[in-house]
Design a protein around this ligand. Structure first.
Ligand SMILES: *Cc1c(COP(=O)(O)O)cnc(C)c1O
Length: 290
């Protein structure tokens, strides 16, 4: 079992929220574990349990060079005494960036993969080649999203406050986390803020939803990616800095910074009715700030 620290829900007070008569609380899931932070803890929980139950001693997964998922998987495998292999998109560049340096220090073996090869990451042939090289392993997909990940994020939603909120907001990458929350939350409309450019996530999340489970109303807002995945600009960086200075809550620039920015923009536009209560989920990702 991975260690888990239970996480607080922090009320945010400021003029923008007060003027719109909206209440914002942030679930600080970034504090659940020093290295297996935020949603990644929940996405890995049942996958690593399955790997162990199936008698595997190695897990293999995929990610970009700054991936929160690779970082968390390396730490989680290390904590459970499992070996890990990271298939990294692109060439090796040295010195390693802090994400990969940490993963390697946790014992992760890095397998660098050309962009062409990496594109075959879900194909049987590529996995067979990797198996020839590394032996048997338990495969976790890129971003960590599969049915067992969603079982974990569904359980995560049961740790939310008992007192209801009207909206639950979170950042979305592959959709595994929001899919679990749509099915595990006891209240609220779920709003996902896409970290990627494009409108494909609505379809992706629909596909991920398990039809045997109840579902809350939900939608994806794709207006706050700020140019695309991991793109940043001075406005976003200034917003993250000022939010941290005012509220003492660090945000990352790939996911949670854009989500909170989006919430404030919607609040200022009057999107949320007066009296609305919003719960925003801090999904972690702070390692990526470098
Ligand atoms: C990975 C990640 C996400 C995206 O989660 P999905 O389940 O892929 O949608 C959101 N926030 C942070 C901080 C992440 O690291």
């Amino acid at each position: 079992m991975l260690t888990y620290h239970s996480t607080p829900v922090i009320p945010i007070y400021d003029d923008t929220l007060a003027a719109a008569d909206v209440t914002l609380h942030i679930k600080r899931e970034d504090l659940n574990h020093p290295h297996i932070s935020g949603n990644k803890w929940w996405k890995l929980k049942y996958n690593l349990e399955a790997a162990q139950q199936q008698g595997h001693n190695t897990v293999l997964t995929f990610g970009g060079a700054y991936s929160n998922h690779l970082y968390a998987t390396a730490a989680a495998a290390h904590a459970l005494g499992l070996k890990s292999i990271g298939v990294v998109r692109g060439e090796e560049t040295t010195p390693l960036n802090p994400t990969l340096a940490f993963a390697q220090a946790m014992g992760m073996h890095m397998h660098y993969s050309s962009r062409e090869e990496y594109r075959q990451k879900t194909e049987e042939g590529f996995l067979k080649t990797l198996q020839k090289q590394f032996g048997k392993f338990y495969t976790i997909p890129e971003g960590g999203t599969n049915a067992l990940a969603i079982k974990g994020t569904r359980e995560f939603a049961t740790t939310f406050p008992v007192e209801p909120f009207d909206y639950i907001c979170l950042a979305v990458g592959t959709g595994g986390t929001i899919a679990g929350i749509i099915q595990g939350a006891a209240y609220g409309e779920i709003i996902g803020f896409s970290a990627l450019k494009g409108s494909f996530l609505t379809e992706d999340v629909t596909t991920l939803l398990n039809t045997d489970q109840p579902a809350r109303p939900w939608h994806i807002n794709d207006q706050y990616h700020m140019g695309g995945y991991a793109k940043k600009n001075d406005t976003l960086i200034a917003f993250i800095k000022s939010f941290q200075a005012k509220h003492n809550i660090p945000l990352d620039f790939v996911y949670t910074g854009k989500m909170i920015w989006g919430i404030y923009d919607l609040v200022q536009q009057g999107y949320f009715a007066r009296g609305s209560r919003i719960l925003a989920i801090h999904t972690g990702g702070l390692q990526g700030n470098g």
